[in-house]
Design a protein around this ligand. Structure first.
Ligand code: S3P
Length: 181
């Protein structure tokens, strides 16, 4: 297994913002799968959804993970909210490193994203209902994929970072013990 830090969670859970701060703090570079795909495709996620469809985007996410397994180590990787939904991606995430699930409530997501136009899945008449439905379907999958679950709706960035660092120390201790025995 590689030594990356992977951030998963619903849209608006703060993966990218937390990832950027963590990257400064731990002096590790950060990769965002949406940005990675956009750069390769020279199109935005919204354009990819509109022109090629969601399934094509999902395949691009899997390709991205496979490429990161070849290239990335000791990095922070923030992944798109739907990426863990593909079963095939679970083993790839595990192989990439320690997976942190940033868990948020539907209310928090709605408040953060009600004015956002960049998430194609939320450009519907009832975004709040959509958030609740998707989150209900996805929560058990995020939980199953995660090594660590953090409830972040009520936490400041500093508190989230502190908790992640504490968990990383625990994981390091566990893997040190494994290497010794
Ligand atoms: C999606 C989440 C988005 C982006 C795309 C689809 C999803 O990423 O990958 O709009 O299915 O939840 P963020 O979680 O970074 O917003």
């Amino acid at each position: 297994m590689k030594d990356n830090i992977i951030l998963i969670g619903f849209m608006g859970s703060g993966k990218t913002s937390v990832g950027i701060r963590l990257s400064y703090q731990l002096k590790r570079t950060m990769i965002d799968t949406d940005k990675w795909i956009e750069q390769r495709q020279k199109r935005t996620v919204s354009e990819i959804f509109a022109q090629s469809g969601e399934e094509s985007f999902r395949s691009m996410e899997t390709d991205c993970l496979k490429e990161l397994i070849r290239q990335a180590d000791r990095q922070i990787i923030s992944v798109g909210g739907g990426l863990p939904m593909r079963k095939e991606n679970h083993a790839l995430l595990k192989e990439l490193g320690t997976v942190f699930y940033l868990r948020v409530t539907p209310k928090t997501v709605y408040e953060r994203l009600k004015a956002d136009t960049t998430r194609p899945l939320l450009q519907v008449e009832d975004p709040e209902g959509r958030i609740r439905t998707l989150l209900k379907q996805r929560a058990p999958v995020y939980e199953a994929c995660a090594d660590v679950v953090l409830d972040v709706s009520e936490l400041s960035f500093d508190e989230i970072l502190e908790q992640i660092e504490e968990e990383l120390k625990k994981h390091e201790t566990i893997s040190d013990q494994r290497t010794e025995s």
